[in-house]
Design a protein around this ligand. Structure first.
Ligand SMILES: [Zn+2]
Length: 230
């Protein structure tokens, strides 16, 4: 049966372990650089505002939101929501994450194509991500290979979203690092290296999620192949 197929763990187990490692690493890196200040003495919220303004995103709102690493940019309301550690923090971690989120606001202001594509995909992918597994299971249960194929094709949409997320995330970090250096918010090589480490650790979680999605797709392609033959 599907639930106890050891092949599932052969495919998906390794990238899931990478995901666990990446999420542990982003937390430990964030905590490490939470104790390291910057000479400019800015908070994450101040850095985010300065980076957004310098990058041409002038009409955004910055709000405090609850949670840990819950920071995000909402393109619909042009709002940057920063977690308390980032909003109020005067550390390399706070500045790195605040500037990264401002990087998304800059992408939006500059009509960066991958961000636009990703925003259009999100509503579709969020419907599909709850649906695909049921379509595959129904296909297997009723022994209708075409349904299994449709389920796999639906999941491919989710995988595309994960892949499109990668250039968006890397680009936001690159914009953040460039503006932080130009504006003097980050002024020493040590500070810049700390920012790179925090943002690099965050990027790894997206890479791991994309790898997990690809491995899951390969597994279900194998299942579809099997059901098409039987
Ligand atoms: Zn991001």
């Amino acid at each position: 049966m599907l639930f106890f197929d050891p092949m599932y763990f052969v495919f998906v187990g390794p990238p899931m372990l990478v995901s666990l490692w990446a999420s542990w690493r982003v937390k430990s890196t964030f905590h490490k650089f939470q104790n390291v200040g910057v000479r400019s003495g800015m908070t994450g919220a101040q850095a985010a505002a300065a980076v957004a303004r310098a990058g041409g995103a002038n009409d955004i709102t910055i709000e405090r939101v609850g949670g840990f690493l819950s920071d995000h940019y909402d393109p619909r309301s042009k709002t940057l929501r920063l977690s308390p550690d980032v909003y109020d923090g005067r550390s390399i971690s706070a500045i790195a994450v605040g500037a990264h989120e401002a990087g998304h606001a800059i992408q939006h202001a500059k009509a960066y194509a991958w961000l636009g594509f990703r925003s259009q995909m999100v509503p579709v992918a969020s419907i599909v991500s709850n649906l695909w597994i049921w379509v595959i299971m129904a296909g297997m249960f009723m022994q209708v290979p075409m349904l299994v194929n449709i389920g796999v094709a639906l999941f491919a949409v989710v995988v595309v979203l994960q892949l499109v997320t990668l250039p968006v995330e890397f680009d936001a970090s690159n914009r953040a690092k460039a503006v932080l250096a130009q504006s003097g918010i980050v002024s020493t090589a040590d500070e810049a290296q700390g920012v790179s480490k925090v943002l690099g650790a965050a990027a790894m979680t997206y890479v791991a999620a994309a790898l997990t999605a690809i491995a899951t797709l390969l597994y279900y392609l194998m299942i579809a192949n099997r059901s098409n033959r039987s």
